[in-house]
Ligand binder design. Sequence first.
Ligand code: AMP
Ligand code: MG
Length: 540
Amino acid sequence: MTVIDEPLEFVPLKGLRFDNRFSSQLQADPVAENRIRQVHGSFFSRVQPTRTANPQLLAVSNEVMDMVGIERSEVSSKNFARVFSGNALHTDMDPHASCYGGHQFGNWAGQLGDGRAINLGEVIGDEDTHFMLQLKGAGRTPYSRSGDGRAVLRSSIREFLCSEAMFHLGVPTTRALSLCTTGDQVMRDMFYDGNPAYEPGAVVCRVAPSFIRFGNFEIFTSRGEITELEALLEFVIGNHFPHLGKPTAKTYVAFFREVVDSTAEMIAHWQRVGYVHGVMNTDNMSIHGLTIDYGPYGWIDNFDVDWTPNTTDRAHKRYRFGNQPAVAHWNLAQLANALVPAVGEVDPLQSALDDFIPIFNSYWAEMMASKLGLPSLETDLSRDVADGLFDLLGAAETDMTIFFRRLMEIETSTELENVDSHTVVPLIDAYYSEADFHESVNGRLVDWVRLYLQEVKQLGIHDEERTAIMKTANPKFVLRNYLAQLAIDAAESGDITMTHQLLDVLRNPYDEQPDHAEWAAKRPDWARHRPGCSMLSCSS
Ligand code: AMP
Ligand code: MG
């Protein structure tokens, strides 16, 4: 036996209390060997993380430390970096990889599973909530297929920063506890163009109530493993949706209704902040309505409903910004199909699925109203204002984040007949080309602002009230693609400071933070076509 195969050492970490429900209540894969295979009739396979050459801790999220209960002083202990890079285990951890399937780009892909993610165990965190700790990039599992089980530094920084940024924006998401480098080099062909290169390896520890995906249900139904499907439903309802009561066909539908609702709300938030997931396969959809699996995601700089950051999706743009609500609906239909054998009939699931559109529209209208500083989109004029804005934002390259933020600065006391080019000056900064602005937008923008002010006046909205609402819905700081790339460039050359600074600024995305104004600026020209800034692949 080689040194690598020896079990990992157990070490203490102060503050963690484990209660491993998933791996103690559900059937484990009886095969102990860590080799790639199809795993039938089981929910997970026990597997140890693979040791790495030189684990180093690069960053932690203090809020997540508190949330899972680890004492903050542990960060400086050697054990922390060892455990959260997969080189040692806490005594009460029960590491395992879960089995799931999924629809990828619209097609059933069969068994996928945690190919490079390893659940360490569930901790009891603040307010007695359970959280699963999961390492991403900690080595091969039975589900690794042709992959190496590893993750590279660039994609790990992107996941670490973005999950925390999303949380502080108020978008439901998995969290990130820590980011470690492994000291190993990982080979990646970043653009699948025959130019593989070595990159530094890294591991992120992610945290969520569970990492159960739509695909965890789909795999059982696809194989006719209905007993396992029902056992998973019982587990999920008993542990994560206990308020639904005793698991029965009725509660299965109620569970599905909750997934429809939380997914609709999550997607409305994505559209609100300009986040494009990039790979909305059903194996990347959380049953908790959390944003999960940060891969080739991107942020809308100029408002463009057809934009996708994912080069793998360039031909069909299935996962483009404007298509996210429709894809979520389609994904929910796959989950509904998977639940049919347990529910025993189609109609109640179909009816819950049909509610997705009105539920999404209602969340979206509420968020859009807040973005505009209006109480709702219930009046005809409010709706016209919102609809008119979408046409306008597409008329010339307009930075979405800056536009909404600057809209707060419009002088609403201006009489409607006096609304003119001067009134819209605060908004000019949102346009990528001033020439384009003057040529194709200026007049339309003046007309739109007049309409907007007409509604603001008609509803008697005071400016303080308007800007207070807008400030909760329109961030000043988002993790612009080029900012993440700058942090990655620096980290790859050994300087992690920008990652720390971004994490800090993105903690308060709605605050002015004038000292960091440069990070609220439009995407610079150099980033327009630079890989990593405007285009990403699934290679991570
Ligand atoms: P994704 O599209 O990144 O969510 O991944 C789809 C599937 O591929 C999941 O089952 C992942 O666990 C697996 N996967 C992705 N990258 C790797 C890798 N480097 N090694 C092993 N499995 C991987
Ligand atoms: Mg995934």
